[in-house]
Design a protein around this ligand. Structure first.
Ligand SMILES: Nc1ncnc2c1ncn2[C@@H]1O[C@H](COP(=O)(O)OP(=O)(O)OP(=O)(O)O)[C@@H](O)[C@H]1O
Ligand SMILES: [Mg+2]
Length: 348
């Protein structure tokens, strides 16, 4: 057994193999703080509400946070910001730990391999991912796993580009960040991130139109399309403008970051876009259109969107964990073969 985990600013998702199928467990990476006295005891006693009680405060975490925030008229808070643990949220670590525990469950055996996604250092801000990565690794270790970080965009290459020898450009458009990786035959030759994603689009569109951010987010997630027939002056019009701006921003950084040495001459690579922010209809076509117009130092065969944008990072982390575990298994069995007593009797 092995597991994959996508540690995202908005969503935490685990993946494990079950026969032919992959099983996912997902929770929203958010929480809400409520006075215990305000809380009807029976609301909490619903056994599946994830929460911690601390003195007279109750913290409801994960998917239920949003419901409780609405009922008690509170704001949800998030353990992560811009792809990493939030430095301004004092409860970040205990909250993300609790959500993670629920999402990954107990290890199937002590030291079960678990690959978790970690972003690359952003090139447009001072943020460093080291503290975040080490903290997540440490509490996964405390749960009994053998945790290994995997670059978020490399995980996309593992999940989406197996048919192309793990060669191509993978881009994960998340909530807090956009992660990019160019890989040749499963070797990453360039990885970077920018500290902009869906949250940035929402904040900009909210500010431009004087609409609350939560309202903008729900308009965006419910049927918004990048067809450019949308209303000028409305929220959808503003969303389209900032979507286009984010794409250009990412493309500009790709052409700046890729050096001639990174690129094998004459090779044409596919591009895969994924992550929640890549969901609206028309996203892949718009991205391809803008990429064609940019000067990129390598040829692109085509742009495709992952079939399930919210699941690809967790799936890719699982592929990495399973392949690591298989290699360990092979290594162990090679070791065993050296022991003459351990040899299986021959039947022929
Ligand atoms: N149907 C949809 N249409 C548009 N945007 C969506 C849709 N569903 C989710 N999103 C947006 O996708 C983002 C969440 O995507 P995802 O789960 O890939 O991010 P994350 O992994 O949590 O964040 P990050 O990788 O930046 O840390 C949010 O900004 C959310 O609003
Ligand atoms: Mg992500």
């Amino acid at each position: 057994m092995a597991k994959g985990l996508d540690v995202g600013t908005m969503n935490l998702l685990s993946a494990k193999q079950d026969g032919e199928d992959t099983l996912f467990v997902q929770q929203r990476n958010s929480f809400v703080e409520i006075d215990y006295s305000d809380m009807a005891e029976q609301m909490l006693s619903r056994s599946d509400v994830l929460h911690i009680r601390k003195d007279d405060r109750v913290y409801v975490v994960g998917d239920d946070a949003l419901t409780f925030a609405n009922v008690f008229n509170r704001e949800t808070r998030r353990p992560m910001h811009h792809g990493i643990l939030s430095s301004s949220e004092r409860s970040a670590i205990p909250m993300i730990k609790l959500i993670t525990e629920q999402v990954v469950g107990e290890p199937a055996k002590p030291g079960e391999k678990l690959y978790f996604s970690s972003p690359a250092d952003p090139i447009d801000s001072e943020l460093s991912t080291l503290y975040h990565e080490k903290t997540v690794q440490s509490f996964l270790g405390d749960l009994g796993y053998s945790p290994e970080p995997i670059n978020e965009a490399m995980a996309v290459i593992y999940s989406e580009l197996a048919d192309n020898d793990f060669t191509g450009l993978g881009i994960s458009f998340g909530a807090g960040m956009t992660n990019v990786c160019l890989a040749y035959y499963a070797v990453p030759v360039m990885t970077f991130s920018v500290a902009r994603g869906g949250d940035w689009i929402d904040e900009q569109a909210a500010q431009a139109t004087g609409t609350p951010v939560d309202k903008v987010t729900s308009i965006k997630e419910e049927g918004f399309e990048l067809d450019f027939r949308t209303d000028i002056g409305g929220v959808e019009g503003a969303l389209a403008i900032y979507y286009e701006n984010l794409l250009d921003y990412v493309i500009e950084h790709i052409s700046r970051e890729v050096n001639d040495e990174d690129v094998e001459e004459g090779l044409e690579v596919p591009v895969v876009v994924t992550g929640g922010t890549s969901s609206p209809r028309g996203f892949d076509v718009l991205f391809e259109d803008h990429l064609e117009k940019a000067s990129i130092p390598f040829s692109i065969s085509h742009v495709e969107r992952a079939r399930e944008p919210l699941y690809s990072v967790a799936s890719g982390a699982l592929v990495a964990a399973r392949s690591d575990e298989e290699q360990m298994g092979e290594y162990e069995s090679v070791g065993e073969e050296e022991e003459p007593e351990a040899e299986a009797p021959s039947n022929d």
